[in-house]
Design a protein around this ligand. Structure first.
Ligand code: SAM
Length: 163
């Protein structure tokens, strides 16, 4: 059940000290058809609507070569999420699970990830399918889908030994 910012039966919130250990800068903004969390899909689908990822300056050049990948991993900041729940009840039925056992948008660092199908790249705007976030959601990063990415260096001896 999609939440706004309520606390449900048996959920547990903790006091949070919002000091930062690292700073994140938003590198763009995501434009989607959804302006209401209650109407967003819970997970994106590759046959979902075309959405736009706008990249801010000075990061336009960082898109060089991205058009060669058919799928991208998109990382975004679920900016309307509360960040203080350790136990959550996704179905709002009194049954709870730990935040790290869920893909809920409510987490200490509300990072969302989706694998998106790349439709087009036009200057600093990527059209993709497969997102599930609100219109205006800040973009953190883009990476080629790891399943499509061939590392430049071949495997080295010891790469697969237990650390
Ligand atoms: N696919 C991502 C993941 O697995 O990391 C996010 C999954 S999360 C379940 C998706 C839900 O987050 C949406 O259905 C919507 O209710 C909520 N949501 C989307 N954009 C948001 C935003 N900018 N701030 C807060 N909540 C958001």
């Amino acid at each position: 059940m999609v939440r706004l910012n309520e606390i449900r039966p048996n959920e547990v919130a903790v006091p949070v000290d919002f000091k930062t250990d690292a700073a994140i800068m938003f590198i763009g903004r995501i434009h989607t058809p959804w302006t209401d969390r209650l109407k967003c899909p819970r997970q994106g689908r590759l046959d979902g609507p075309v959405c736009e990822i706008e990249i801010f300056e000075p990061w336009h050049q960082a898109l060089a070569g991205i058009e060669t990948f058919e799928r991208l991993e998109v990382l975004y900041w679920l900016h309307e999420s509360r960040r203080d729940l350790v136990l959550q009840s996704p179905a709002s039925d009194g049954k709870v699970r730990g935040t790290f056992a869920l893909r809920s948008p409510v987490r200490p660092n509300p990072i969302g990830t989706s694998i998106a199908a790349l439709v087009t790249v036009e200057k600093n705007v990527l059209k993709v399918r497969g997102l599930d976030c609100l219109d205006g959601t800040p973009l953190i990063d883009l990476k080629p889908d790891r399943m499509l990415f061939t590392p430049i260096a071949p495997p080295q001896p010891g790469d697969f030994e237990k650390g």
